[in-house]
Design a binder for this molecule. Structure first.
Ligand code: MNH
Length: 552
């Protein structure tokens, strides 16, 4: 008997169930019916008829400057933002339907947090080709694909949005608090707490957190270097950190996340959040002299989670999206909606977030150029140049453009490994993800890449547009006009990003009020902190440039 689900017959989020030689599609609440959930119900048809295409939406967002200026400065902005929140969060299954431990919905899908969840179940195991029924019997080697489509020939700067290196490191720093693959157990396993919890500052376990705390006034351990606060040395806070053997004892630092001694860019972010935590503790102690260490610590942590989300939505995502629509964070917009305040990390969110193209091959700081090899583990350069000067330099250097042929030598092996992991997880083809996220599947390779040479090589590699592996496709898709990223990132990852931050418990109706954050002062920090505030109130004068975009 042949498994008919192998060719992904069920459309529009219908669920395929094998019935011996046949199959059924469960179309319940998809808005479609028919054998393959292909026929729209009446209201689905009406909605589809009035819904503008993704390209039309791009056009509207990127033009009509004065129209958007009017909206952004009127109460209507809330109407627009609520519609956007609803549209993106409705694309995420909550609770999740699938995880990496089973090919179908199980109790473990819900309860076992050591697995990533997944947006689509895997390609069935008994398929004629690796990607289902289409494409070649054997996929090209991950090394060949990485070399051909991903390896950098010459650094391509992000001239579309002038993204700064500071943003690149923020992306890495921010996402590593919840993308934590447990590589020893396998590509579908994780040690993540599945939330924006600032565990990259505080440690993912209570034990690690306790090592990092002073137990005085809520503060984190730190050390003074040239009159400024930095993360403590590893001797003073003995937590597990991954340093190569050649890094001397006294140059090892203890940070919430064990990888964050690896790059000065991560060290910068780790330092600024450490300083902010201790600063917020001072503010809270002043307001609440009777509070003990534990309460000061815990309240500061909630405030920092809020500040982080504020910067992520209002500035970081805004920069990436780059349209005339001003995005903003307002949990109240969802209070009347059916919405779950619980989040799980989806493995198909992790893979396209491998933004290694953003990393340049060289870093320029105050007249000195560091090759990537001299930059890795070289946190000394921050002490040499000074914290302010380093932040200023990272705000003035343009990051690499997201897209094909732009991953530097140091990171190419990560791409190779990611392709392998996608295969081990039997991720469905790119076009199945397009359909899942309500985007028309690509018909041709040319349409996917917008580049004739790459399209021809891609066709050679995969044979069929419906057999392109998702990770390769996500990285080399042609860009969305005006945006740092590509179509699938927008269609698929923005639901996971917004879903993830809006589902944080601090956004829930019960928590979103002053007392959660130690009163109005703390609540205001959460509602108003900007990127510039974060750095400038934690650095010596003068505060240099702090920016996600490099000025012209
Ligand atoms: Mn990066 C995983 C190195 C920049 C996003 N990155 C990894 C791994 C290494 C690595 C090594 C891990 C493992 C592996 O596949 O075996 N990354 C780097 C280096 C730089 C870097 C040396 C900069 C130089 N990485 C970035 C940036 C981003 C990023 C910038 C932007 C978001 N990296 C990721 C993600 C993972 C990852 C996401 C997956 C993490 C996980 O699942 O645990």
């Amino acid at each position: 008997a042949e498994n008919q689900c192998r060719s992904f017959p069920c459309q529009n989020r219908g669920v395929c169930m094998r019935e011996g030689d046949s199959y059924t599609c469960d179309c319940t609440r998809t808005g479609y019916y028919g054998q393959n959930c292909e026929t729209p119900e009446f209201w689905t048809k009406v909605k589809a008829a009035i819904k503008p295409s993704a390209e039309t939406i791009d056009y509207l967002r990127n033009n009509l400057k004065w129209f958007w200026y009017g909206i952004n400065n009127s109460p209507l902005r809330k109407v627009v933002m609520r519609a956007f929140y609803k549209a993106v969060t409705s694309k995420v299954d909550s609770p999740p339907l699938y995880h990496t431990g089973h090919d179908y919905t199980t109790w473990d899908t819900y309860s076992d947090w050591s697995y990533y969840t997944r947006a689509l179940p895997p390609v069935p195991a008994d398929c004629p080709t690796p990607m289902g029924t289409k494409g070649r019997k054997e996929l090209p080697s991950p090394e060949y694909l990485a070399q051909t489509f991903l390896a950098r020939r010459r650094f391509i700067p992000d001239m579309r949005r002038r993204t700064s290196v500071l943003l690149g490191f923020m992306a890495q720093h921010f996402t590593h608090q919840f993308f934590k693959t447990d590589y020893k157990k396998g590509p579908g396993r994780t040690w993540s707490n599945h939330a924006v919890d600032m565990s990259h500052v505080y440690g993912e376990t209570t034990e690690r957190q306790h090592q990092l705390r002073t137990f005085q006034d809520g503060k984190l351990k730190h050390q003074w270097v040239d009159g400024e606060v930095y993360p403590p040395s590893l001797q003073d806070a003995p937590v597990h950190m991954t340093y190569p053997p050649n890094v001397p004892e006294e140059k090892r630092f203890a940070i919430g996340h064990e990888f964050f001694g690896m790059l000065p860019g991560l060290f910068v972010w780790a330092t600024v959040w450490l300083r902010e935590h201790n600063r917020v503790c001072d503010v809270m102690k002043e307001l609440h002299p009777d509070w003990d260490d534990e309460r000061l610590f815990q309240t500061a942590r909630l405030i920092l989670i809020g500040e982080k989300i504020k910067i992520v939505v209002d500035e970081y995502i805004q920069h990436l999206a780059g349209s005339n629509v001003q995005l903003f964070w307002d949990p109240e917009l969802l209070f009347e909606e059916r919405f779950q305040y619980q989040n799980r990390i989806v493995v198909e969110f992790n893979h396209p977030y491998h933004w290694h193209p953003l990393m340049p091959d060289q870093f320029h700081i105050n007249g000195t150029t560091y090759d990537m090899e001299d930059f890795l583990y070289n946190n000394d350069l921050i002490f040499k140049h000074g914290f302010n000067v380093t932040v200023d330099a990272m705000s003035r250097q343009i990051a690499g453009q997201f897209g094909p042929k732009n991953i530097g030598a140091v990171n190419l092996k990560v791409a190779v490994e990611t392709i392998k992991r996608g295969r081990e997880l039997r991720m469905q083809p790119l076009n199945e993800y397009r359909k899942r996220f309500v985007t028309p599947p690509y018909k041709t390779f040319q349409e996917l890449t917008g580049d004739e040479e790459i399209a021809a090589q891609l066709e050679e590699a995969y044979g069929d547009i419906d057999a392109v592996e998702p990770y390769v496709g996500w990285l080399i898709e042609k860009p969305v006009p005006g945006n740092v990223l590509s179509r699938m990132f927008l269609q698929m990852a923005s639901p996971f990003s917004f879903g993830g931050v809006l589902a944080n418990p601090i956004c829930s109706p019960g928590w979103w009020k002053p007392s959660t954050f130690g009163g109005e002062v703390g609540f205001n920090l959460v509602k108003t902190t900007t990127l510039k505030d974060l750095f400038c109130r934690n650095m010596n004068e003068p505060c240099g440039l702090v920016s996600f975009a490099v000025p012209e």
